[in-house]
Design a protein around this ligand. Structure first.
Ligand code: SF4
Length: 253
């Protein structure tokens, strides 16, 4: 519940800031604070057109999100504004929220929850061969000498980390699994493999930037577990991973 409150108070704050900013600009223009030259008038005219367009995109995008979350469908008219809102405006919102003192991790986590809900509620399902599961290199046991980022078959399945289990699940279900060293490698992998859907395991920061970068691919983000701190011997949350596979994969669930 506190997370939800945090989320809604954050959104309320963003809307207040946006409206406040617009009102201040309107006031400055109306009372000719900066003079009445043609240049100033054109500047304010362009600015108000820009803000109005932004506001319309935002409202239509949020309506689209409401449709997906409440009605499990997305009318065509809302598709583009929702995509713009989620992939561009929300990035700005998270940065603005950080500047206003909100927890960055919570904001990113809210973003991932939202995009996950949007993907799940659109009820798209894919054959396992068209799904790419991306796992971060840091789930590999730090002292393991075997290089799995180039070839997963190098894993000896010794049980010291979850790579072995992941490879087994991959064989059983049939999805493509890649262990990547970071955001750039993940992006390159998506370009090379061209999956129809992605399940990505990573920290909040990498998931958020990754989801935005590979748009419009549907991505389900699974936040990793970090018992020894970030980027070191991290773990996959099996329950969340299983949920993600069930919601996307036609052959499972
Ligand atoms: S399970 Fe595989 S990747 Fe993990 S430590 Fe053992 S050999 Fe290395």
């Amino acid at each position: 519940m506190p997370e939800k409150q945090n989320y809604f108070s954050f959104w309320f704050l963003v809307l207040v800031v946006f409206l406040g900013f617009t009102l201040i600009l309107g006031f400055l223009w109306f009372y000719n604070i900066f003079g009445t030259s043609v240049f100033i008038n054109i500047f304010f005219l362009v600015l108000s057109l820009f803000l109005t367009t932004l506001f319309l995109i935002l409202i239509t995008g949020l309506t689209g999100i409401w449709f997906v979350l409440r009605k499990n469908k997305l009318p065509v008219i809302f598709q583009l504004p929702m995509a713009l809102t989620v992939n561009y405006f929300f990035g700005f919102v998270v940065r603005a929220g950080e500047a206003l003192g909100f927890s960055r991790e919570k904001l990113q986590s809210n973003y991932i929850n939202l995009t996950n809900s949007l993907v799940k509620n659109q009820d798209q399902r894919f054959w396992s061969k068209d799904i790419l599961v991306l796992a971060p290199h840091c789930i590999q046991e730090a002292n393991c000498p075997h290089r799995v980022t180039h070839d997963l078959n190098n894993c000896r399945k010794c049980g010291k980390c979850q790579i072995g289990n992941l490879s087994e699940i991959r064989k059983d279900i049939g999805f493509r699994l890649e262990v990547v060293t970071g955001g750039t490698a993940a992006r390159q992998m998506v370009k090379k493999i061209k999956p129809k859907a992605i399940i990505a395991v990573a920290c909040e920061r990498d998931l958020m930037s990754g989801i935005q970068e590979v748009f419009p691919h549907p991505v389900l983000g699974v936040v990793n577990i970090r018992p020894q701190g970030p980027c070191f011997n991290t773990e996959v949350d099996w329950t969340e991973l299983e949920r993600a596979i069930k919601s996307l994969c036609k052959e499972v669930g």
